[in-house]
Write a protein that binds this ligand. Structure first.
Ligand SMILES: Cc1cc2nc3c(=O)[nH]c(=O)nc-3n(C[C@H](O)[C@H](O)[C@H](O)COP(=O)(O)OP(=O)(O)OC[C@H]3O[C@@H](n4cnc5c(N)ncnc54)[C@H](O)[C@@H]3O)c2cc1C
Length: 505
């Protein structure tokens, strides 16, 4: 019997498999496709991943591979001698209205320290999956391709899954099988939310008269279109109530007629190489766990791609779940560690659904939305407005409620740089928690007894200490506990026990 079965070798399933494999679990991934498909390669497979997601790759020693696979030649980060991080450069949009990077208030980003990761990366599903599949193989994860999960049953001890002609047994099953998840349906998860207002299209086409289309996002009285830098790579949104989505394969005539409608031009498409549709249907399961079956990524939450959040949210799910599931498999998880997966990640998913709903509402043709667009455009022209949207889209606004008022607790840990030149992220590659001790008397040095192998001790002074004497960082990079310049050793011990279990004798 495997420790964990994962349905789906998309980015979320593969990242989760790496996290579990690194923690010594026996993992089998079942993937229905034999090989990658054109939807995953550039340009249609293009995906923007935020700085927070890129940091996950840095913390597991995969940053270089990600940049190479994504064709990023220059990833300009901070000059190592700088005390403060340079202003963000890669910025997003809200409802097709671009943010101006110069309008971001860096003073509102105190935990953004100079380090190897400061910006998001434009990558592709193929690149992300290639890097993760290679890593998974090195970690001993088994991936079975051409294995479509079609049935499952669970009892109190295990889950049995049917894939093709084979049955596989695991102590746990995680459905990472995307927006139309089979696991979600078979395990009886409740999936609730809102129905679509639009059909979205993404296509690679030959355009006879491309000069008729503006580059970038164009919000129009009849919807939105997006002309990407790659010739013929076009996105568009048509407020038809989601009627066209997957109703029939989009023909050249249909795509041209929608493009003419939303762009208000007489643009001509002579050929279409690839085209697909999506909607702004926004739904989420009411919980992420039913018995021995869990969900992560699109299997747990679907929404429109507006604001480029789906993959980032799935990456967050996978790193949140991985170490908790591994601790449970190995039998050293403290009480209720597992329950924190749904409690922490469900609200994040719900916020993302609302973020995309807000954009659908703002873009919808009509006088009410036009009024909203003008208002949002005004707000985006302010420093506070731009900074607010940047914080939401970059992931830096995310904070779990872990019951502490310390400003760092519940947040992604700042990437402190120690006197020896290493960054916090360099100490996280084994997937353990990290106790960071900035005190000169190495206050926490002997407080880790019984947590060997689970928590790594890192001591030394670091620049940009943000007034902190010590902190405990979970394997997913979230600060579990932090204290001031005179840190309390007993409090640290209690926090370590809360997240990593009682010290072993
Ligand atoms: C046009 C578009 C643009 C987007 N842009 C962005 C962006 O810029 N940034 C961003 O963060 N997100 C973006 N997204 C969303 C992002 O692509 C998804 O959120 C992300 O791919 C979800 O990853 P996943 O692993 O959960 O699911 P998927 O990527 O859907 O992977 C699921 C895997 O499970 C497999 N599978 C399915 N059913 C079964 C089964 N029964 N048995 C076995 N295997 C199965 C599938 O073959 C697939 O390999 C975009 C989405 C679209 C449509």
């Amino acid at each position: 019997m495997h420790d964990v079965l994962i349905a789906g070798a998309g980015p979320v399933g593969l990242l989760l498999a790496c996290e579990l494999g690194r923690a010594g679990c026996d993992v089998l991934v079942l993937e229905q496709e034999e090989r990658t498909n054109p939807w995953k390669t550039m340009p249609l497979g293009m995906r923007g991943v935020s700085a927070s997601s890129v940091e996950v790759f840095h913390r597991r020693g995969m940053l270089r591979q990600l940049l190479i696979a994504s064709g990023v030649e220059k990833y300009g980060t901070a000059d190592e001698d700088q005390d403060t991080a340079p202003a963000p450069r890669s910025v997003s949009h809200f409802a097709g209205m671009m943010l101006d990077a110069d309008n971001i208030d860096t003073g509102a980003l105190p935990y953004r320290l100079p380090g190897p990761v400061l910006e998001g990366v434009m990558t592709s599903l193929e690149a992300v999956e290639t890097v993760l599949a290679e890593q998974a193989a090195k970690l001993g994860v088994h991936i079975r391709r051409g294995a479509e999960v079609s049935d499952l049953r669970q009892d109190t001890e295990s889950v049995t899954v049917r894939a093709g002609d084979h049955e596989h047994e695991g102590r746990w099953l995680v459905g990472c099988d995307g927006g139309r998840s089979t696991v979600r349906g078979l395990a009886g998860f409740e999936f609730t939310g809102t129905e679509p207002q639009f059909t979205g299209y993404t296509m690679l086409a030959t355009v006879a008269d491309p000069e008729k289309l503006q580059p970038g996002f164009s919000l129009t009285p009849d919807g939105m279109y997006l002309r990407m830098p790659t010739p013929g790579h076009i996105g568009m949104i048509d407020y038809d109530g989601g009627a066209y989505d997957r109703a029939q394969p989009p023909t050249v005539q249909h795509l041209q007629s929608v493009l003419r409608h939303v762009s208000g031009t007489d643009v001509t498409l002579t050929d279409v190489t690839l085209a697909s549709t999506f909607t702004d249907r926004a739904k989420q399961t009411t919980t992420y766990q039913r018995g021995r079956v869990l969900l992560a990524g699109d299997a747990a939450h679907i929404h429109s791609p507006l604001g480029a959040q789906g993959l980032n949210t799935g990456i967050g799910d996978a790193v949140n779940l991985g170490w908790k599931l591994a601790a449970t498999v190995h039998g050293h998880a403290p009480d209720d560690l597992f329950g924190t997966y749904t409690r922490e990640r469900h609200p994040v998913g719900a916020q993302i659904l609302d973020w995309t709903r807000a954009q659908s509402a703002v873009m919808k043709p009509g006088p009410h939305s036009r009024a909203l667009q003008a208002l949002i455009a005004d707000l985006l022209n302010t420093r506070d407005g731009t900074t607010y949207v940047y914080k939401r889209t970059s992931g830096s606004a995310q904070r779990y409620d872990l019951g502490s008022t310390h400003p760092l607790v519940g947040r992604n840990a700042p990437d402190f740089r120690f006197a020896d030149g290493t960054h916090l992220g360099d100490h996280m590659q084994e997937g353990q928690g990290v106790a960071v001790d900035f005190t000169t008397d190495r206050r926490l040095a002997d407080a880790l007894a019984g947590h060997e192998g689970l928590i790594r001790y890192v001591a030394g002074s670091a620049r940009n200490e943000v007034g902190c004497g010590a902190l405990l960082v979970r394997p997913d990079g979230v600060v579990a506990w932090a204290d001031g310049l005179d840190p309390d050793r007993d409090q640290f011990a209690r926090a370590a026990a809360r997240w990593f279990g009682s010290p072993r004798a």
